[in-house]
Ligand binder design. Structure first.
Ligand code: ADP
Length: 343
């Protein structure tokens, strides 16, 4: 993708109408403008490595936003700058209107790292106390909030059990509760469903949706694209430090689709193979499996619905039977791979 295309994707995303839960005049939850990070290593011959190159995008308040990218894309660098763990080299980054890394910004953020360590002898209550104390949350507030938070994450009644009895999903949910102790407006979650079984993932998704409904903005980092598709409203895709896409998950397929292939379909045709081949001549398609003497299963793109209708008419005219025609949306995973390959 060219630079101009990259920029247009971001501009389109910023111009999207705001959703119900987001007022138009509020500060973005996260804003990055031409953010750059160059790592320097070595003492005499200083090597420079540009991990973020002019990255600009916004996360609206009230949305669930996913930051995606292959290994080495710059995701951790981006998050570390937001949390004030490392300094940016150039550009600007802010959280809810406060400079990234400032105390005011940090107060508004709850963070769940990928591998949160909780001492096994602690109970859910004492773990919340420990984490709360580390974040300077007064004990009175912890006592007041702990049951409500455990209810939110589905751990009601488990407060006195040592966490060594907890499943990975329960530990992750307790981690979410600790990140919410100081009532942050923005939650940053690192691989929140990684390593969880399907049921635990579904529970985590439900909690994230509940938090979103209560107005919390959620910014997550994940390589599980099918999960991201289910959880997130919008995504940004980084590759080699460049922003490749920023916008709604729903429209990413259209963004990457070839203009001649806005509708994708899987079609099973049945007729003598030479007739099928003659009917498909001049069309762009790919076989989903090797054709037989009397059948073919193909993946085919159409620019608009009228073309699908024409295709069906043509097959009928040639007495080719359409056994199945299944329109298929371009998935986040398809779009991701296309954007990453499209260097
Ligand atoms: P991701 O989280 O997407 O895998 P990172 O932000 O960790 O990517 O890294 C982006 C790039 O920056 C990688 O090529 C990585 O090797 C490099 N990098 C990360 N941290 C440092 C560092 N402290 N010094 C030098 N290079 C680094």
């Amino acid at each position: 993708m060219s630079d101009s295309q990259e920029n247009s994707a971001v501009v389109i995303a910023e111009a999207e109408p705001v959703t119900d839960s987001v007022a138009s005049n509020v500060e973005p939850a996260i804003a990055a403008t031409n953010l750059c990070k160059t790592y320097k290593s070595g003492t005499i011959f200083r090597k420079r490595f540009e991990a973020l190159k002019n990255v600009s995008f916004e996360v609206k308040q009230g949305e669930v936003f996913g930051l995606l990218g292959p290994n080495g894309a710059g995701k951790t660098t981006f998050v570390k700058i937001l949390l004030g763990i490392i300094n940016k080299t150039a550009g600007a980054a802010s959280l809810l209107g406060c400079n990234a890394g400032s105390i005011a910004a940090r107060r508004q953020v709850g963070y769940l790292p990928e591998h949160l360590r909780i001492s096994p002898h602690l109970t859910a209550w004492t773990a919340l106390e420990c984490f709360g104390n580390l974040s300077n949350v007064p004990n009175s507030t912890i006592r007041q909030k702990r049951d409500e938070l455990l209810e939110l994450v589905g751990l009601t009644g488990r407060h006195r059990e040592p966490v060594k009895n907890f499943s990975k999903g329960m530990l992750q949910r307790l981690g979410l509760a600790q990140a919410m102790l100081h009532e942050p407006k923005l939650l940053m979650l690192d691989e929140p469903t990684d390593g969880l079984d399907p049921r635990a993932r579904a529970e985590m998704r439900q909690i994230i949706h509940r938090l979103r409904e209560s107005g919390v903005t959620i910014f997550l980092n994940s390589h599980l694209l099918q999960e991201v598709e289910l959880i997130c409203d919008s995504v940004a895709i980084l590759n080699l430090g460049h922003l490749k896409y920023c916008g709604p998950v729903e429209t990413i397929g259209q963004e990457v689709a070839n203009e001649n292939q806005q509708i994708n379909a899987e079609v099973d045709l049945s007729a003598p193979l030479e007739e099928i081949e003659a009917a498909l001549e001049g069309r762009t398609f790919k076989h989903l499996k090797p054709p037989t003497k009397t059948a073919a299963s193909i993946d085919i793109g159409f620019a608009f619905q009228g073309e699908v209708d024409e295709f069906v008419d043509e097959m009928r005219k040639r007495e080719i039977s359409i056994q199945r025609l299944l329109p298929r949306r371009i998935s986040l995973e398809d779009a991701f791979l296309k954007l990453i390959d499209d260097l």
